[in-house]
Design a protein around this ligand. Structure first.
Ligand code: ZN
Ligand code: ZN
Length: 127
C-alpha cells in the first residue's frame, strides 16, 4: 500500500500500487506547484486510488491540448496529485506528499530546458 496526504492532515490518499514510474518535471507549471525548480511525480494506477477528505482542484490546459486536473488541499494548499487527460489510467502523485518519499526512484527528467540554472537535476541519461 502506498499512502500519503497533505501537510495539515485533512486529506489522505492510498493506492494498492504498484508505482508505474516516477519522474521529475521542470515545466513552469510544476515549478509553481512545487515552489522549487521542478516537481517530482509518481504515476500510480487510478484504479484502486482512494482519497479521503475535502479536496480542491483546477484544470491546467496542457500543451498537447489535453489538460491535467491538479488536486490540492483547500486548507493547507499542499499539492497532492494530477489527473492527466492524456493518461486516464494514472494519478500523478506529488512525491513530497507520500508518507515515505524514499519509496520511489525518480528516473527521467522532462522539460529540463525550462529548469532554472540553480536547480539540482541529475545529469542527462545517455541512451
Ligand atoms: Zn491540508
Ligand atoms: Zn510539469
Amino acid at each position: 500500500m502506498i499512502e500519503g496526504g497533505c501537510a495539515c492532515g485533512q486529506v489522505r490518499y492510498r493506492s494498492p500500487g504498484p508505482a508505474k514510474f516516477a519522474l521529475r518535471c521542470a515545466c513552469r507549471s510544476c515549478q509553481r506547484d512545487s515552489g522549487g525548480g521542478h516537481g517530482t511525480h509518481v504515476a500510480l494506477p487510478r484504479a484502486g486510488f482512494e482519497v479521503e477528505g475535502e479536496t480542491a482542484s483546477w484544470r491546467r490546459a496542457g500543451r498537447s491540448g489535453l489538460g491535467v486536473t491538479k488536486v490540492f488541499c483547500p486548507a493547507c494548499g499542499c499539492p497532492l496529485y494530477g489527473l492527466p487527460e492524456r493518461a486516464p489510467w494514472a494519478a500523478m502523485v506529488a512525491a513530497g506528499s507520500l508518507d515515505d518519499p524514499g519509496q520511489i526512484a525518480p528516473g527521467r527528467v522532462v522539460y529540463r530546458e525550462e529548469a532554472p540554472p540553480w536547480d539540482l537535476l541529475p545529469p542527462e541519461e545517455k541512451d
